[in-house]
Design a protein around this ligand. Structure first.
Ligand code: SAM
Length: 278
């Protein structure tokens, strides 16, 4: 009889965040498939579990490793899949393995536990009744902008992962698109320096810029789009723009300040100001 693939969630920082069932499964399975054995070894050592590692499953190795793991399952070995942190397959390797198991009739059992997106969402203070999870934002600016543009008109809370090195660019794009939407930056969840920076997109960006960036792991939780606001009074927009220019702001600065004050994206302001007869 074929073995079982257990999908085991592991801590996202604090090693106490592991379920009794995950520890039992890790003790009982024949093979532990880790993303990085060095990371998983720390957890196993802490709980006195003997490391019985099979082939590692990291990004880029899945095509080659999945058949090897499947072969073990087919001969009756039980396998636990763990990633470096949190739930496997959530912005982590494992999807091709799960598909291959299902297709081969191998039982797949989730053993749930931590996931950074859920921890960030529930403590964000933003609506949790309905949300979208975008995974990790694309690295390239154009693709990132496209994903973030897709959140215009999205009424649900949106949760996404971003690297701290690329955070500045993500916040800049978000401020350009929806400066007044609420945003929560959840940092270093479950760790000693856990922190939530809350505010509008523009406020959170200003705080991150004031600090010269932030360190550690980050989840962004963006409040839903409240829907189209009443159309702005174009005469007032022109007056405000004229006032800011008269005060010495260049075109870019004036638009940025208006976007921050009014919560209207810069691009939209600039086309409104260009409207004939406005
Ligand atoms: N499988 C993981 C999960 O279940 O959340 C996610 C892995 S993904 C490769 C790593 C990303 O998750 C990080 O870049 C960060 O955005 C987020 N993340 C993981 N641990 C975190 C933590 N302790 N605090 C904040 N974000 C975290």
């Amino acid at each position: 009889m074929a073995g079982t693939l257990y999908l085991c969630a592991t801590p996202i920082g604090n090693l106490e965040d592991v379920t009794l069932r995950v520890l039992r499964v890790l003790r009982e399975v024949d093979i532990i498939v880790a993303e990085d054995t060095r990371r998983t070894a720390v957890l196993l050592r802490r709980y006195g579990i003997e490391p019985r590692f099979g082939p590692s499953l990291y990004e880029g190795a899945e095509r080659e490793r999945v058949p090897l793991i499947l072969r073990e399952l087919k001969v009756g070995k039980d396998v636990a899949l763990v990633s470096d942190a949190g739930t496997p397959l959530i912005s982590d390797p494992g999807y091709p393995l799960v598909r291959a198991c299902i297709e081969a009739g191998v039982r797949v059992v989730p053993v749930p536990g931590p996931a950074a997106f859920l921890a960030a969402l529930v403590a964000s203070g933003l609506p949790t009744d309905s949300f979208v999870f975008l995974g990790t934002l694309p690295r390239k600016r154009g693709a990132k902008r496209e994903v973030l543009e897709g959140l215009i008109g999205e009424g649900r809370t949106a949760v996404m992962y971003e690297s701290p090195h690329r955070l500045g660019e993500a916040l800049e794009l978000m401020e350009d698109l929806y400066p007044r939407r609420p945003l929560v930056l959840a940092r270093e969840l479950t760790k000693a320096h856990e922190e939530f920076i809350r505010g509008t997109v523009a406020e959170v960006r200003a705080e991150v810029e004031r600090r010269g960036g932030v360190k550690g792991e980050v989840v962004l939780v963006l409040g839903g789009d409240p829907g189209p606001a009443a159309p702005p009074d174009i005469g007032l927009l022109r007056d405000l723009y004229g006032l800011l220019r008269a005060k010495g702001r260049d075109e870019r600065e004036a638009l940025r300040e208006m976007a921050r004050l009014l919560g209207i994206p810069k691009g939209r302001l600039s086309s409104l100001l260009r409207e004939p007869g406005a």
